[in-house]
Design a protein around this ligand. Structure first.
Ligand code: HEC
Length: 453
């Protein structure tokens, strides 16, 4: 199988002209990228003087859009924190941005805005000024007047609970079907004496360059897979949700479920005031960590990444994670654009949607989560035409979506099961049914809900 984190999306690429936006300059730069991703820049203006600098255009751009993954210790290739590196890599960085391979695909904030969305899509003005800086030969300039772009806040101040494996674990990357990748689960007992509500949670990353993403689940210990029942210090292999111990279709009111999915660029989860996710005193927390082989760490490096939480005894609105979607589909072999819709509802009560984590497997290419009021009106909740299995995150909305009784919430998944899809696992393509294994497909938006409006 292909190394999973290889982003092989071929966005359609057209040349476009960018007006330089720095004051006092009237030059314009034409940027054209071909499908192979190589970029040509032509300075069409006077071109005499330099108007840009690393401190004013280069560094703020990479800090805003790239640093959460390419900041030396992140999972992205290369270290974009130094001027020398960025200057040397500038052409390929601009190609990745112009062809929209980078930053990786995410839900479209024009559908609904969410936390840190401004870091996931490069604005036209910022791309133009970055291109201009490259066209001028990446001048370093002077640090005077540098605009600091803060790091995305991942920290939970004074956590009440830290969930951490008993010992550091060194991934072996030895599964031949997953070269360079390892999915490892750790079952951890929070040791609570009474039921609590999680109001904030966030990762404490140990070896950042190895951790591609983390999913936290809460699970009834009776449902743990056999391999986990002795709570092995070194965890167990668990590429799928079912191997982690979760039945994705279980009743969200009572059943096991996901808490959140975190990946670089997501930040800490801070739920709105008065809301929280239930953590029963009997629950086990499973951390499913996707490790990724990186040349930034010597082979055999061990990691002990943890999750921190703030807990409350009670909340005014209990949050639930509802799997919106459906089983029972088969994606025909060779179909490059097969869609399937699952619905939640019609709802007997009003709901608020606080966030969602869209989930398909490697053939997933686009999705849409929307409210259908049944009278021709509705609302977009999450939508992307660049779904990437390697970049699954939970989107926490800036404002909750209010859904009235009688409405439905629909989730539509679209897959590319053609031979031309670089992520295709079958040669030749085969019919792909619903299933929790990676070579099968799923179609769920794990949606954070509160009951009532
Ligand atoms: C959410 C994480 C993330 C963010 C944000 C991100 N990258 Fe990446 N990037 C990756 C990962 C992971 C890889 C390595 C594997 C791959 O190609 O998918 C990568 C690979 C690359 C590569 C080499 C492969 C290619 O497609 O050319 C370039 C160049 C790149 N990124 C540029 C950028 C730039 C420029 C930004 C900011 C505008 C950025 N990335 C933002 C995760 C990210």
């Amino acid at each position: 199988m292909k190394k999973l984190p290889t982003l092989a999306l071929f966005a359609s690429c057209t040349g476009f002209a960018l007006m330089a936006c720095s004051s006092g300059s009237t030059s314009s730069v034409a940027v054209a990228a071909d499908d192979a991703g190589s970029v040509t820049l032509t300075d069409a203006g006077s071109g005499a003087s330099t108007t840009t600098s690393w401190y004013a255009q280069g560094k703020p751009f990479v800090d805003r859009y790239c640093r959460s993954c390419h900041g030396g210790e992140g999972p992205g290739t290369g270290d974009f924190t130094s001027y020398e590196n960025v200057s040397a890599l500038a052409q390929s960085m601009l190609a990745a941005v112009t062809t929209k391979r980078m930053p990786p695909g995410a839900s479209d904030p024009a559908c609904r805005d969410y936390m840190n969305s401004d870091r996931r899509f490069v604005s036209d003005a910022d791309r133009a000024s970055f291109a201009q800086w490259i066209a001028e030969g990446t001048p370093k300039g002077s640090p005077a007047g540098e605009q600091e772009v803060p790091l995305i806040d991942e920290t939970i101040a004074n956590p009440d609970l830290v969930i951490k494996a008993a010992a550091p674990y060194a991934p072996t990357f030895s599964n031949p079907s997953e070269p360079g990748n390892e999915y490892r689960c750790f079952a951890l007992r929070p040791g609570l004496t009474s039921d609590k509500y999680i109001t904030e949670l966030g990762p404490i990353l140990d070896k950042r360059s190895m951790v591609h993403h983390i999913v936290a689940y809460r699970i009834d210990p009776a449902h743990l897979p056999v391999a986990a029942q002795s709570y092995p210090e070194n965890g167990w292999s668990c590429i799928d949700m079912v191997n982690a111990g979760v039945n994705p279709g279980s009743n969200p009111l009572t059943g096991d479920g996901m808490l959140v999915a975190w990946a670089p660029g997501t930040g800490a989860f801070k739920f709105p005031q008065g809301t929280g996710l239930l953590l029963k005193s009997t629950d086990v927390v499973v951390l499913q960590i996707h490790y990724f082989e990186s040349n930034k760490q010597p082979a055999g490096t061990a990691d002990q990444t943890a999750f921190a939480m703030k807990l409350e005894d009670s909340v005014t609105s209990k949050l639930l994670i509802a799997p919106v979607g459906k089983t029972g589909f088969t994606i025909p072999a060779g179909d490059a654009n097969y869609s399937f819709k699952g619905s939640f509802g019609p709802l007997p009560v009003a709901l608020k949607i606080y966030g969602t984590m869209p989930h398909m497997h490697v053939l997933g290419k686009s999705y849409e989560l929307k409210v259908d009021n049944g009278d021709g009106t509705g609302a977009c909740v999450a939508k992307s035409d660049r779904y990437e299995f390697a970049n699954q995150v939970t989107y926490l909305f800036k404002e909750p979506v209010v859904v009235q009784p009688g409405a439905k919430v629909d989730f539509t998944c679209t897959w590319d099961n053609s031979a031309a899809n670089p992520k295709q696992l079958h040669t030749p393509p085969a019919d792909v049914p619903y299933g929790e294994r990676t070579d099968q497909e799923m179609c769920y938006a794990f949606t954070i809900l509160g009951i009532g409006n």
